[in-house]
Design a protein around this ligand. Sequence first.
Ligand code: HEM
Length: 458
Amino acid sequence: MHLHPATDPVTPPDQVAAKPPTLSAFASLPPLFRRDLLTLFARASESPFVRLDYLGFRLFQLNDPALIREVLLDKERRYRKGRLMRRLSAVTGEGLLINDGERWKKHRRLANPSMSGRRLAGYAPAMAESARLLVERWRALPAGQPVDLIAEISRTTLIALLRTLFGIDYDARYADVSEVIHRLLDALVQRGSSLLAPPLSWPTPANLAFRRKIAEAEAILARIIDSRRRHLDDDDDPSDLLGQWLRQREQDPEHFTPDEMRDELMTMLIAGHHSLAIALSWALWEIAGDAGLQQGLRAEVDALEQAPADANAMQDLPLTQGAFLEALRLYPQPPILLRDALSDHVLGGYRIRAGDQLIINILAIHHDPQLWPEPHRFRADRYPNINPDHLMQAHHLGFGGGPRSCIGRRFALIEGTLLLAHLLRGLQLDRATAGPIEPRFAGMMVPTAPLLLHVTPR
Ligand code: HEM
């Protein structure tokens, strides 16, 4: 794999012959999106714009904030979600994460009200309660028993998601949900790893296994909808997204077809707890590895009269919010975004053709020393007065940017901050294993070994 330096200067947009520096096709044939991709993203991040040709596909990696802003915000109509990402459709159908155009507009409008300030304020107590339950659970552990962060935090973010967006209480019937979603996402990444995956309808062993995992997730979703529908009558003004949608369908069945609703609910289930759990696990791992950082954060949460129980506490927790954002800067979930060009055009002085694939390298922006001094140091104090709606201007792309930015960003920020605050107030956190743990690419940035902590009641 060789990175060729640019030989042609970037030409003005009306002279469009120049080629970005090219990263040659891989010598062997590892599926492009599987092996050691974080290394590839890092190696190819020295130029603002890199072309990666692979098996006749034209891929461009964008490592420059101005180019990325052009794609995500200023000229976003020239692009659609990347075709590799669209493979999610096997699971989420035409849900918000991958749909485009008029369908996206309609679905985003339908989902937006459940993420309004009023609704989020209504969700915060349930988020705080799931955090309190986790503190209680960890405080009751036998001394010396380590906790596996991702497993434990996934369960907690799932409890909060079921309560807030799906209007149901977690119980034993949902004990395997995180695991099922986790396995499904792993299988999706395996499929997404190859530019030329066989169609899902072909009965290959991998396809059959994948289809079984999708069926498991669909069965869970059907159980959730059924459970919510049975209690809908008790609720005049449902605060949860599922309750509101079921009500709307009762009043106007044409408003939102059952398939559309299913696709969006599956999208929320998949997008709404796993990335949050991984990001929070990295945050806790970093906090547990730095006594000074933990002390600083604890001073902030101990200054509150009691453990935070609602969204008002957010204004008193800037450093704790900063710790969550900093985990997303160092370990963005996901580290890249994918777009396909809809038409021929010029980007950054280079000719892009319809169908070309763009890789937006969030990791390169987040680790750029020009934009982030001491880029590899975890510093929770980088974000005084940050507005979650203006993160892209601050070169933080943890929730994407432009019209397609994460609909759940405020939800995630409130839940993440409340959970960190509760854990810091109730427990001393120490790493249970020595030495650094590196991330690897699996769709998200997951750890190469379990993140294990010792937690001691305070
Ligand atoms: C730490 C937590 C989270 C992270 C890091 C995250 C990250 C992201 C990113 C980067 C995007 C943009 C994808 C793109 O441009 O291709 C996105 C979109 C999205 N996220 Fe999140 N997300 C988080 C939490 C949530 C939550 C809690 C929900 C729902 C409850 C959610 C639902 C969605 C949806 C539906 C979209 C698609 C939005 C659209 O295109 O209109 N996310 N997320």
